[in-house]
Design a protein around this ligand. Sequence first.
Ligand SMILES: [Mn+2]
Length: 319
Amino acid sequence: MTETILQITEVIRSNSSFLLTTHEGPDGDAIGSSLALASFLRKIGKDVTVHYQDSVPDLYAFLPGADTVVQHIPDRDFDVAVVLDIGERKRAGKQFCEFTRVTTTINLDHHLSCDNFADYNLIDSNAAATGILVYRIANAFGYRFDRETAVCIYVATITDTGSFRYSNANREAFSVSGEMIECGVNAWDVAEKLYENQPQRRLELLAKCLPTLEVFNNGQSASVTVTCDMYEACGADAELTDGFVNYPRSIRGVEVAIFFRQLEEKKFKVGFRSKGKVNVAAFSAALGGGGHHNAAGCTVEGTLEDVKAQVYAIVESSL
Ligand SMILES: [Mn+2]
């Protein structure tokens, strides 16, 4: 582990141009970790391009460097490409996967199931967030954290630990976050931007989503659903459904929560969350997806009825 970090710091030292990317539908850790790395690399004089397949959600637009993210990879050579928080290579998106003008590749991730597809792979499922891995690298480099880099690492950590509530909120998550606060991050300022700043449409969409609640499996499992019709009725999009799955999970006795999100008429994104006992990565793997012990997802084709039947059968057979 330490050796990989030293190798990566050496790659950083001896190269000048960097292309960073993360997964489609980027979340707080995807954005926070990539922008933290970008901020650190830029401050030590590197030439950095950050590419996401999708645009930065409004919620994270306040992060330093968010305005520099490009959706198209410039047609030029890069010394190093760094892929962050993706779990599986294809989640980096078609454009990146087909891009070849890169000499060296680095993969930073904390998913349980991540392939060693890069030249250097720093994969540690004990890291609460990929942002923590960026911290370890910059720290090994001897970097003195500035506020811009620190706020990105803090946001990566607070979002992937559910505000320090999930079982991945370990000592390192707290100690790194404490250090980031020492470097100038204001915890309330970040909390207000992330959690006290919802568009009205999100609550309107939630009001349509909650009546779809289904509790099954003797009260151990529960699901909610968002359909394309609901988006249309509220003028909302998938970005605003972040966190909806926490409502069914919050029910007493529920161990597994499921969120069905319609992508197309007969295609659904299925998100799983567990309170900890149940490994939901196994459910999503059975359906061709991936993820963590407590949070996982996959895409399933079929009508809502078919998709639910398939998912419920898998969940019920193992609880
Ligand atoms: Mn993550």
